[in-house]
Design a protein around this ligand. Structure first.
Ligand code: COI
Length: 361
């Protein structure tokens, strides 16, 4: 699909600011994840082959026809990123360009138009600057949710000609309040080779819901997917990428197109390398993990994701057996990397990786 880039002066985004902020009724450090939204949202239309009409309006309902193709045929993708306040109170977005690259990779796979970098960054800067008072103090963050979906009023199998990009934000705190109790499913699969496993598509999350419900009924708070073919190799958690510490090295499933290319995953890999740890991106079978656990070699296991950041595993439920890990408060690598990441975000240490994108207020 041909993309026309429009270069925006920052003031060419039309801004309709709300006269009635909802912020006074909100306790930023006590919101339930995903339930309270900031005052404004950014909207951009893709029409007649180009992106146009960038605007920021009060967050609220949008009018849609029931025939829009995004609702029927799944041309609907999203991103999840975060903005943080550093120790001085300045606001930074964490790795927005890598998130945009992933959004555009998702878009390309589903025949959707890619979003130009200049529009995306200006939209984020304007939106977050307008709603800067919504950014909580650490360890809270402002979660940023771009959604891109098809809006042709048309039923039939062809890519839509028209799309909407909407970006809205929400103050968030921890995603998992407790260590992970993992349910390994051999019954259902998330993605297969050649499919859309690496795409942050709405449908990839819908397919988790049923097995998540089953996992919850067994006392677990996350699902671990295995590969579609042999139901043997670890893919990812329902909300995160997976890492395992075996003795003094770390293993994470390599990117084969069936798992999400996590931004936190990439950051953790870079931090592990910088700290001198050996990290292998390779196939890892559930049997290897459990065998290592039983022999005392599996020292730590954790998930990484934008929402969850880093979450330690306490139990693995597999084929009616429950395998317990040691108490994560005694671990070494997980807390070291968690602290390194938090310190960079708070700018307690310099951002040597160049991960933070400053937002002027
Ligand atoms: C994220 O980690 O940002 C996600 O999109 C996962 C979602 C379950 C909140």
């Amino acid at each position: 699909m041909e993309i026309t880039t429009i270069t925006l002066e920052s003031n060419s985004i039309k801004i309709e600011a709300t006269p009635n902020s909802r912020l006074p009724g909100v306790d930023l450090n006590n919101v339930k994840f995903g339930s309270v939204f900031s005052d404004h949202m950014f909207i951009l239309d893709y029409e007649e082959g180009k992106w146009q009409n960038p605007r920021i309006v009060p967050y609220g309902d949008i009018l849609m026809s029931p025939s829009i193709s995004g609702l029927h045929y799944g041309q609907s993708i999203f991103e999840g990123m975060k903005a943080f306040r550093d120790k001085e109170g300045n606001i930074h977005i964490f790795r927005p360009i890598l998130h945009l690259k992933r959004l555009n990779k998702s878009a390309a796979r589903l025949c959707m138009p890619e979003v130009p970098e200049d529009i995306f960054l200006k939209a984020l800067e304007k939106l977050i600057s307008l709603d800067h008072r919504w950014v909580p103090k650490l360890p809270g963050a402002l979660y940023i949710r771009p959604i891109l979906f098809a809006v042709d009023e048309f039923l039939g199998m062809r890519p839509s000609l028209n799309y909407k990009l909407i970006i809205f934000t929400l103050p968030v705190n921890v995603y998992y309040n407790e260590p992970l109790k993992v349910y390994v499913t051999t019954e259902y699969v998330r993605a297969s080779s050649g499919g859309i496993g690496y795409v942050k598509a709405a449908g990839n999350y819908a397919r988790s819901l049923l097995i998540n419900k089953i996992a919850q009924s067994k006392g677990c708070n996350v699902v671990l997917w295995l590969d579609a073919k042999e139901r043997k190799f670890i893919e990812e958690y329902s909300t995160m990428n997976a890492f395992f510490v075996i003795d003094d090295f770390v293993v994470t499933p390599r990117l084969t197109g069936t798992i999400l290319e996590g931004v936190t995953r990439d950051s953790v890999i870079q931090l592990l390398k910088a700290e001198g740890y050996r990290i292998y991106e390779r196939e890892i079978a559930i049997d290897e993990v459990l065998d290592m656990l039983e022999k005392g070699h599996l020292k730590e296991a954790f998930g990484t994701g934008t929402a969850a950041v880093m979450a330690p595993v306490q139990e693995i439920h597999y084929r009616d057996n429950v395998y317990k890990l040691s108490d994560h408060r005694t671990w070494k690598i997980f807390p070291t990397i968690e602290k390194k990441l938090a310190d960079i975000r708070a700018l307690v240490v310099p951002d040597t990786f160049n991960w933070l994108h400053h937002v002027s207020i």
